[in-house]
Design a protein around this ligand. Sequence first.
Ligand code: ISE
Length: 339
Amino acid sequence: MTLRIGIIGVGTMGSDHAKRLSTRINGATLAGVCDLIPERAQKMADLYGAKVYATGKDLIDSPDIDAVVVATLPHETHEQFVLEAIKQKKYVLSEKPLTTSAAGCRRVVDAEIAGGKRLVQVGFMRRFDQGYQEIKQAIQNKTYGEPLLIHCAHRNEDTPLNYNSDMAIVETAIHEVDVLHWLLGEDYDSVFCFLPKKQTRYTHKGLHDPQIIEMDTKSGVHIDLEVFVCNHMGYDINCRVVCEEGEIALHTPQNTIVKVAESERESIPNDFTVRFKEAYDREMQAFVDGINADQLTGPTSWDGLIACVTCDALFASRDEGGVRKKIELPETPSFFQEQ
Ligand code: ISE
């Protein structure tokens, strides 16, 4: 059966998902779209032969839509649509962050548990990236001994003028917050965020750029992360895991290297939809396959909650001038332990 999927919010991410659903994903089709800007929705509908819905609720409630993708901005709007999908017992893929606070994620988690069925997948797509998967394998198999340190940098070429310091944590750094504890297979013990005095001249009001994050896991693996969202260079994602007997690092996928004028150049993508195209495809295929098997396997709303608890601690650490904060995670409900 071909699943009829509806997308709420067709900005950068939603339109990227619309294209992937219409052209590269097996077992599903783009059946509906909705956006606060009607022309944007109409454009997607015309391109891919989907129906335009006036509101997100209309799309979710429609008998012609089997499952939903939520890619709205601002991210706090995800919650209302995810809750509506749960109410209608429809599977839903929510872009990350699930919401922007632990309290909001808790409401989603509670609604999902009350409904008695796992329906939510959260868009932590880095778990589907081949580079991160190879690193996870090496860690699990102890190929290079125990992991000791992880050095990361999350760099965006530029951000819009409304992008602020909190967003650089809960919308940007949240990728590392999620993927690193998943890589290591353990929880964080404490986190720390501090603002270096020297900032880029390309930053703007409300954004301190760069920010520095440190996270320590329960077993003592130490992580440092540079979050630099106006780097004026490219979309540059680094993750280097130092183990007892070797080091394993992400490498930006390349098809060609150019040697010219006594130099050798590798390209850096300009945004995340290019850098992680395959990972986004695999994430969406896993969502569709999970629905067809009636069992989702991707990141859960509980993963969404854990990430937001960690981001809330990072905000507190930063706002208190760089105080180390303990991560107090609620006990994992059995509903998610079985996943
Ligand atoms: C965006 O939403 C993403 O998911 C990107 O991976 C991240 O680098 C960017 O900062 C976010 O705004």
